[in-house]
Ligand binder design. Structure first.
Ligand code: SF4
Length: 693
C-alpha cells in the first residue's frame, strides 16, 4: 500500500514486512523521499507487531545501503574459497549458468542439480517456497528439504494433535500459568512478551525451562535450568506427578484422547520426579513444585519454540510435551494448551506456488543440514551443480569444515545469490546480486501469530540487483524453456499461493492484502483449534499413534536422550562440556554479522559456570579454544552462573571469516534428529582450553 503523507507531499509511506527467520513477522512502514528510503518503523496498525521493530532490524536501511553490498554479477577469478571475483554482465552470467546447467543435465541427469534455499529470507515469493522452486521442479532437479529449523517439532507434535499449530500465542494473555519451554521470548519472539505480561498482570506466574539463564529466564518467576536435551524426561515426570496429585482431567482423557491408560501405565510409571531429577540435573522438589503449580492453575499455556528440538530426541520431546495439556484437559480452555508454530494455520497453496506438478514428483529430497555429506558422498548422481539463495551454510550449518571441503570440489558448479561476500560466497563460481526486502515484492507468514503480511517494494534496487524471482525468469528464458508458468509475475505467484479452498483463506484476495498490508486469517476469535476435534486420524488426541509406530518412532511418546549433550556421552567423557548456542540479540541466523550497526553483537563469547572455569584454571575474559573431534573455534571466556555446571553457552550467527575461519558450527555434528531429519545444534560436546592471545 502506498500513501502520500499530508505534511510532506514528496514523502510517501510504503507498507512492507520483515522477511527474516523470526517468529514475529513484523509489518513495517518505509518512508520514501525522492526515491530514497529515509525511515523504517513498525506499522502501528498491525495488531501483533504494532509497537516497535527490534534492535536487529531498526538499522535495516543502513544495512541495505552498506558500501560492501554486492551490486553486480561476478565470476570467480581466484581459487575456490579465495574470494576473488571479477564483474561480468547479466548476459554473461546467465549464458554461463544456462550452459553449465544444461551440461550437467545432459551428462548426469537433472537430479545432479541441488537448488538450495536457505532461511535468509522466509518470504513466500522470494524465499523458501517460491523463488527458483518452479524452475527446478520443472527441470526435475533434486528437491531441497529445509531441515535446519523446526521440522522435528512439527513432526513430533503432529503425531499427538495432528498439527504443530496449537493455541494462538496471543491467548497466553488468558493463561493462569505460562510455561516458556526452550524459548528466549525477549530475544527471539519479543512481540509475544506483552501478551505474557498481560497474563502476569492478571496473576499468572511465568516459568522458563532452559539450560541457560537467558534474559527471559531472568525476568521469569521461576527458572528450571535442566540439562540440554532432557526436556522429554521433565515433561513425563510432571505428568507422573499430576496423576499422583489426582490432577488429571479424567472426563477429558476418557472422551477426547486415545491410549491414555496405556501411556500412563507404561510410560509415566517409569518417570517419577526423582528419576527425572537425576536425568535433568535439577532438584526433585522443583519438579514437584512445578507439577503442583500446573495442578492449581487452570489453564496452563505452554510456549515452545525451536530451541528444545535441536537434539537427538527432538521430535519425541515435542511429542511428549504436547501430552501435558491433554492430561490437564487444558486444550479445551481459552488460554490453555500449547503453541509451537502457527505456520500450519496459513493453508496457502504451496503446490501451486512452487509448481509441484510442473515436473516429476518423485525426485530425491536432500536435507539442507546435510550439505557437507551431500556434496562429498552422494552418488547416482553426485551433486554437480549447486544453485543457492538466502543461505550462508559455512556460517549456519553443522560441520563447517566439511562444507568447505564440499564447496572446494573442482568439478562442482556453484551459483550463489547473495547480498554480501560471505564465507560461502568465497567459493561460488558465479555470484549474483539479490535485492533486499525494501526493493522487491514478497508475502510473509508468521510462526507466532495469525496474520498474513504483504511487502510492497518501496525503492528501486541499487546497481544491477534483481529479485530472486526475476533472476529465475531470466534464466528460464536463457534455457529456452517454453512452460508459461515459469514466467509468472510476482503478483501471479502471490495469487497462486492465495488460491486455496481452505476456509482460513476464504475471501482473502491479493487486493485486500495489498490495501492494508496485512490481513488476519479467517479463523474464529479466539482460535482454539482442538476445541471440536484433533487433526489426527482418530479425531482424538493420540497418546497412542499407529502412524508413529508405522514411521518407526514408537507407538507411544517417550523420552529419547540426547546423543552427546547428556547421559551416556557425559558419563563417558566427564572432562567435556555440553555446548549450546542460542540466538544473539543483535544477529539473526548469520545476518547482520558484517554490519557496523550490529557491532554490539561483539565477538564470540563462551560462558562457563565458575566451577567449570576453576577446574580448568580458566580466567574470566581470557581467550579460549573450544574443540572436539570435528573442529575448533576461539572465543572470549565469560564466567557466570548464568549457565549450569557441565554446560557451556555461546551465541550463534558470527561469520567465520571474522573469527579465524571458524565458529561454533565447526564443532556441531552433521547428524539427523529422531524425526524429519532435523538438525541437532544443541546436542554437542566439547572441551575447552586456554588459547594464546
Ligand atoms: S527480526 Fe523479528 S522482531 Fe525483528 S523486525 Fe523482523 S520479525 Fe520483527
Amino acid at each position: 500500500m502506498l500513501t502520500e503523507t499530508r505534511a510532506n507531499p514528496r514523502r510517501r509511506d510504503v507498507i512492507g514486512a520483515c522477511p527474516l527467520d523470526c517468529p514475529d513477522a513484523c509489518s513495517w512502514v518505509v518512508s520514501v523521499e525522492n526515491g530514497r528510503a529515509v525511515e523504517l518503523r513498525a506499522n502501528r496498525a498491525h495488531p501483533f507487531t504494532g509497537k516497535t521493530l527490534c534492535v536487529k532490524v531498526n538499522p535495516y536501511l543502513s544495512y541495505s545501503a552498506n558500501p560492501d553490498r554486492l551490486l553486480y554479477p561476478m565470476r570467480r577469478v581466484g581459487s575456490k574459497g579465495e574470494g576473488r571475483f571479477a564483474r561480468i554482465t547479466w548476459d554473461e552470467a546467465l549464458d554461463e549458468i544456462a550452459t553449465r546447467l544444461r551440461t550437467v543435465i545432459d551428462r548426469d541427469g537433472a537430479e545432479a542439480i541441488w537448488p538450495y534455499a536457505g532461511t535468509g529470507t522466509v518470504g513466500w515469493i522470494q524465499g523458501i517456497v517460491g523463488a527458483g522452486k518452479r524452475l527446478f521442479h520443472y527441470l526435475g532437479a533434486s528437491r531441497n528439504d529445509t531441515t535446519i529449523c523446526s521440522v522435528s517439532g512439527h513432526a513430533g507434535m503432529s503425531y499427538t494433535t495432528g498439527s504443530a499449530a496449537g493455541m494462538d500465542p496471543e491467548d497466553l494473555a488468558h493463561s493462569a500459568l505460562v510455561l516458556l519451554w526452550g524459548t528466549n521470548t525477549l530475544v527471539s519472539n519479543r512481540h509475544l512478551w506483552p501478551f505474557i505480561a498481560a497474563a502476569r498482570d492478571r496473576g499468572a506466574a511465568v516459568v522458563t525451562i532452559d539450560p541457560i539463564r537467558t534474559q527471559t529466564a531472568a525476568r521469569s518467576d521461576l527458572h528450571l535450568a535442566l540439562r540440554p536435551g532432557t526436556d522429554g524426561a521433565l515433561a513425563l515426570a510432571l505428568m507422573h506427578q499430576l496423576v499422583v496429585l489426582g490432577a488429571e482431567d479424567c472426563d477429558y482423557l476418557a472422551q477426547r484422547t486415545l491410549g491414555w491408560a496405556e501411556f500412563r501405565d507404561k510410560l509415566l510409571g517409569d518417570f517419577p520426579p526423582g528419576r527425572a531429577a537425576d536425568i535433568c540435573g535439577i532438584d526433585e522438589s522443583q519438579i514437584i513444585d512445578l507439577a503442583e503449580r500446573i495442578a492449581a492453575s487452570r489453564p496452563t499455556g505452554i510456549r515452545s519454540l525451536m530451541g528444545m528440538q535441536r537434539h537427538q530426541g527432538a521430535g519425541q520431546a515435542l511429542r511428549v510435551l504436547s501430552c501435558l495439556p491433554a492430561v490437564t484437559g487444558d486444550y479445551h480452555r481459552h488460554g490453555g494448551g500449547m503453541c509451537y508454530s502457527t505456520a500450519p494455520t496459513y493453508q496457502l497453496n504451496k503446490d501451486a506456488l512452487r509448481g509441484s506438478d510442473l515436473g516429476p514428483r518423485n525426485t530425491r529430497s536432500l536435507a539442507t543440514t546435510r550439505l557437507g555429506q551431500g556434496l562429498l558422498e552422494l552418488k547416482n548422481p553426485p551433486v554437480n551443480a549447486l544453485v543457492m539463495w538466502a543461505a550462508n551454510p559455512i556460517a549456519s550449518n553443522p560441520q563447517q569444515q566439511r562444507i568447505r571441503r564440499g564447496l572446494s570440489r573442482k568439478d562442482l558448479f556453484f551459483v550463489l545469490i547473495e547480498h554480501f561476500q560471505t564465507d560461502t560466497a568465497d567459493y561460488a563460481d558465479i555470484l549474483l546480486p539479490g535485492t533486499m526486502q525494501t526493493e522487491h515484492t514478497d508475502m510473509e507468514v508468521s510462526f507466532s501469530h495469525l496474520y498474513l503480511n504483504w511487502n510492497e517494494p518501496a525503492v528501486t534496487p541499487p546497481g544491477e540487483c534483481l529479485p530472486h524471482t526475476e533472476m529465475f525468469r531470466r534464466l528460464a528464458r536463457r534455457m529456452d524453456l517454453a512452460e508459461p508458468a515459469l514466467y509468472d509475475s510476482d503478483d501471479d505467484l502471490a495469487r497462486a499461493a492465495l488460491a486455496s479452498e481452505h476456509p482460513a483463506l476464504r475471501g482473502i484476495t491479493l487486493e485486500a492484502l495489498k490495501a492494508q498490508g496485512w490481513v488476519r486469517l479467517n479463523w474464529p476469535t479466539p482460535y482454539q483449534p482442538f476445541l471440536d476435534r484433533f487433526f489426527t486420524p482418530s479425531g482424538k488426541f493420540e497418546f497412542r499413534s499407529t502412524r508413529a509406530e508405522a514411521d518407526g518412532v514408537g507407538l507411544y511418546p517417550h523420552y529419547t536422550p540426547p546423543a552427546e549433550a547428556a547421559g551416556a556421552a557425559e558419563a563417558a567423557d566427564a572432562d567435556s562440556l555440553a555446548l549450546v548456542a542460542s540466538a544473539n540479540n543483535f544477529l539473526i541466523n548469520s545476518i547482520f554479522a558484517n554490519s557496523p550497526h550490529h557491532k554490539r553483537a561483539g565477538t564470540p563469547i563462551v560462558t562457563l559456570h565458575p566451577l567449570d572455569a576453576e577446574r580448568r584454571s580458566l580466567i574470566d575474559g581470557s581467550r579460549v579454544r573450544i574443540y572436539n573431534e570435528r573442529g575448533s573455534f576461539y572465543a572470549r571466556l565469560r564466567i557466570s552462573d548464568d549457565t549450569r555446571p557441565g554446560v557451556a553457552a555461546t551465541t550463534k550467527g558470527h561469520w567465520p571469516k571474522h573469527n579465524n575461519g571458524a565458529t561454533i558450527n565447526a564443532t556441531v555434528m552433521e547428524r539427523d534428529s529422531d524425526m524429519a531429519r532435523g538438525a541437532v545444534f544443541h546436542d554437542n560436546r566439547v572441551s575447552i582450553e586456554p588459547a594464546l592471545e
